[in-house]
Design a protein around this ligand. Structure first.
Ligand SMILES: [Zn+2]
Length: 688
């Protein structure tokens, strides 16, 4: 079939990938995958081997995966009505195909038969891992259940999908339903100019503050509108009004989520029980690094205990600061005062404005510096190909080859850094082709193909793209994910690179961010775009100090959310009383900033846990978990040199190149010589 989406060349012909080719390509790839599965189940069980079941299953979806990766990628960077329609037309078919694989009884019986063969029992290394992971994956998705329970599982899945969909619609609708039109300019005192201007334009678009109407400013619950109010508005009543509206999201009709939360928790609990687990957290975490809800909880409680004194000090300090500023007695702050007084304290203590750093971060200098770090630390050579040498999806996109010290072509990647209307928001890494060593290829290997995208500050007519420090961290972060893919040496594609446990996947990305905070590395890539000067020492010191401003409070907020998540997913919903919020408040007492009045808990608008069937439910702890891993692993570079090539190559050999080739805890211990330790994170955050 002549369809460019089905071509498996390393150089992708982007100009030929048109929307009308999507559906025929995906249909053809699905047909091929179905045939490959049928071929596996056509063997009698007695003839099942590791090769004709496990490896055949691995290869069955190769073409589908590559085709689908291109389609998905295009919807992210070159969206159009035709492409979206084509994508939506095939999405249900692809999801249905993937969902029914572990429930395919004939396939499961062949896998079990093959696993029971003496030859399979003798497998070692990556193939042992692949067999074990596949068996565990099928079991976790219900392969071992009797038919009536499989049916119940499918019902649960679809009910959960519908309820979580409704939950997120409620949050979205409630957020969009609220607006505040201000007509008294006196109420805007303290707001930065950009926030006033945005509010004025927003009002104008809605027909307020036009030539025929009085001047007006419109505020909404979307972050760019809400945040400046909470941080800067002198008018306390304005802040209270916005805070109250935000706290009410998901708590009032017609967008009340209380019942949905209870139903979702009950169904998740039933699903866990059906699959033989005590609670939903154990079901989700069994194959992650934390292994169980109890271990994730112990991790959170341990960190909590260690930062509690600092947290108490920060809370008191803020109360005292407000009392001094207002010449009143020290009292509890109201929830709508926290951000406002914290921002005032920050400005008093650190005369630091992020914008001062921008001139030191021209995007070309940042990238050149990052590639130089990759050369020194990991022995990699990153080469940009001349414009036009390779087709891309947009003229702004750049293409790079990556070679190792021995000159092997490890892989290549596209970089697409600035916003466009047809591109989604945020920054991300993804991959299009997984290469790696050929199975039994005697050292031969195929190159990987990946990409990194972002929405960084674009250049303008008279100056290059100058990034914020946060944007620089984002670039390093995504490059870390990319290296995890490109350096993969895993023979089984589905175990390569970033296909690892959720609470491990951010280690390679977050560790790269550390190079954005070291004087030695900054001096290499942070050079003033006009003068070439390095960041002045005073500015550097302020940047470091401001990083840890109220860090115990920021950490405690994350711990509180993780604790709430685990509490909800480790306890039977019928034991939570009639008001979930009351039950949660009691348990979270020690995690919440004391305020008067108290803030309601956020379970009714916590989309991380309830808006997506696969989201962060029982996994919110991963944010802190991964920070512990990256801070801890970076101590080796701190100690042995941040450009130390021996340590870098060890990190590549023991972590980056291994993918999901072994249990992530084993990989970590292999690199560090011991299990993770929270100390380095506490030190980095100034909380040790
Ligand atoms: Zn990431």
């Amino acid at each position: 079939m002549d369809n460019p989406f089905l071509e498996r060349t390393f150089q992708i012909h982007w100009s030929r990938l048109s929307a009308d080719k999507v559906e025929p390509a995906v249909d053809a790839a699905l047909t091929e995958a179905e045939a490959a599965l049928a071929a596996i189940t056509s063997h009698p069980e007695s003839a099942a081997t590791y090769e004709n079941t496990f490896l055949a299953l691995e290869n069955a979806t190769d073409l589908l995966n590559e085709t689908w990766a291109k389609v998905n990628h295009l919807t992210s960077v070159a969206d159009s009505p035709a492409l979206r329609a084509a994508h939506n037309a095939v999405l249900p078919k692809v999801s249905a195909f993937q969902a029914k694989i572990p429930l395919n009884a004939a396939l499961w019986s062949r896998l079990k038969a093959a696993a029971a063969q003496p030859a399979a029992a003798a497998l070692r290394g990556i193939h042992r891992r692949f067999l074990d992971e596949t068996m565990a994956d099928f079991r976790q998705h219900g392969a071992d259940l009797p038919p009536e329970k499989k049916t119940r599982l499918e019902v649960l899945q679809s009910e959960l999908a519908a309820l979580t969909q409704k939950y997120s619609e409620n949050v979205l609708d409630a957020t969009n339903a609220w607006e505040l039109i201000v007509t008294d300019p006196d109420r805007l005192r303290g707001l930065p100019d950009h926030a006033r201007e945005a509010a004025r334009q927003s009002a104008f678009k809605k027909g307020h503050g036009t030539d025929e109407t009085p001047p007006a400013w419109r505020f909404t619950l979307h972050m760019p509108s809400q945040e400046p109010v909470m941080l800067y508005a002198e008018d306390e009543a304005l802040r209270r009004e916005v805070w109250q509206a935000s706290a009410n999201i998901g708590r009032t009709a017609p967008q009340a989520n209380q019942d949905l939360v209870r139903q979702i928790l009950a169904l998740r609990q039933e699903k866990a029980a059906l699959l033989g687990q005590t609670h939903f957290a154990d079901l989700v975490l069994a194959r992650r690094m934390a292994k169980s809800g109890a271990q994730a909880l112990a991790f959170i409680e341990d960190l909590h205990r260690r930062i509690q004194p600092a947290f108490g000090r920060e809370c008191r300090e803020l109360e005292e600061f407000k009392a001094r500023q207002t010449a009143t007695a020290v009292t509890r702050l109201a929830p709508w005062e926290l951000g406002y007084w914290a921002e005032k304290l920050r400005r008093e203590r650190y005369d630091f404005d992020e914008e001062q750093l921008r001139p030191y971060f021209p995007v070309t200098g940042v990238l050149a510096g990052m590639f130089e770090i990759a050369r020194r630390v990991f022995g990699l050579r990153v080469t940009e190909l001349p414009v036009g040498a390779v087709e891309t999806w947009h003229p702004e996109v750049k293409f790079y080859d990556v070679h190792d010290a021995a000159g092997r072509h490890l892989g290549s990647f596209y970089a697409d850094w600035h916003p466009r209307e047809s591109k989604r928001g945020g920054a991300w890494m993804n991959y299009l082709i997984t290469g790696g060593p050929w199975p039994g290829g005697g050292g031969a290997r195929a190159p990987h193909l990946g990409l990194i995208c972002g929405n960084l500050t674009p250049p303008n007519s008279d100056q290059p793209a100058l990034l914020t420090h946060h944007e620089v961290e984002t670039v390093f972060h995504e490059f870390g994910h990319l290296l995890h893919h490109l350096l993969g040496e895993v023979e089984v594609k589905s175990l390569n690179g970033v296909n690892v446990a959720w609470d491990f996947v951010e280690l390679p990305s977050q560790i790269m961010e550390n190079w954005c905070w070291e004087r030695e590395s900054l001096d290499m890539f942070a050079r003033h775009h006009e003068t070439g000067a390095v960041i002045p020492e005073v500015l550097f010191q302020r940047m470091i100090a401001a990083r840890n401003f109220r860090s115990a409070t920021a950490t405690m907020r994350q711990l509180g959310l993780a604790r709430l998540d685990l509490d909800l997913h480790m306890n039977p919903v019928e034991k939570m009383g009639t008001d979930l919020s009351v039950w949660l408040r009691k348990r979270l007492q020690e995690y919440l900033t004391p305020t008067a009045p108290p803030s309601p808990t956020i379970e009714n608008r916590f989309t991380h846990l309830f808006a997506d069937p696969v989201g962060y439910a029982a996994g919110y702890y991963s944010y802190k978990w991964a920070e512990v891993l990256d801070a801890d692993a970076f101590t080796r570079f701190k100690r042995e040199g941040i450009f130390n090539g021996a340590v870098g190559r060890e990190f590549a050999a023991k972590i980056l190149s291994r993918g999901n080739g072994a249990d992530p805890m084993e990989l970590f211990v292999d690199f560090m010589g011991r299990p993770p330790d929270q100390q380095a994170l506490l030190e980095r955050a100034g909380l040790a």
